[in-house]
Design a protein around this ligand. Structure first.
Ligand code: FES
Length: 94
């Protein structure tokens, strides 16, 4: 069986699966998580979520986040791939 990770959206009772080569955004669109997106290239920040638990890696060297945001756990799911099971928190809508 192919390796895959479970991704859970905190506080929403939503989870979906992602193979390690899939971006978290693509997995959410396929699996019913429905994360917001626009550019899908790590620049617009529409997909921004906080990583509460787990490990990711990026497809690009410089995703559009400051060092402070990264330290706070913000990630860009459109250019991030899971490296473990993940617990994500999407920002509250204004
Ligand atoms: S969709 Fe634009 S940064 Fe993720």
């Amino acid at each position: 069986m192919a390796k895959r990770f479970q991704i859970t959206l905190a506080g929403e009772a939503i989870s979906f699966w992602a193979e390690p080569e899939l971006t978290i955004l693509r997995a959410s669109l396929r699996g019913g998580g429905g994360l917001l997106s626009s550019c899908r290239s790590g620049t617009c920040r529409a997909c921004r979520c906080r990583l509460l638990e787990g490990e990711i890696s990026y497809l690009i060297e410089w995703p559009g986040l400051s060092a402070e945001e990264k330290a706070e756990g913000w990630i860009l799911p459109c250019v991030a791939q899971p490296r473990s099971n993940l617990l994500l928190l999407r920002p509250a809508e204004d």
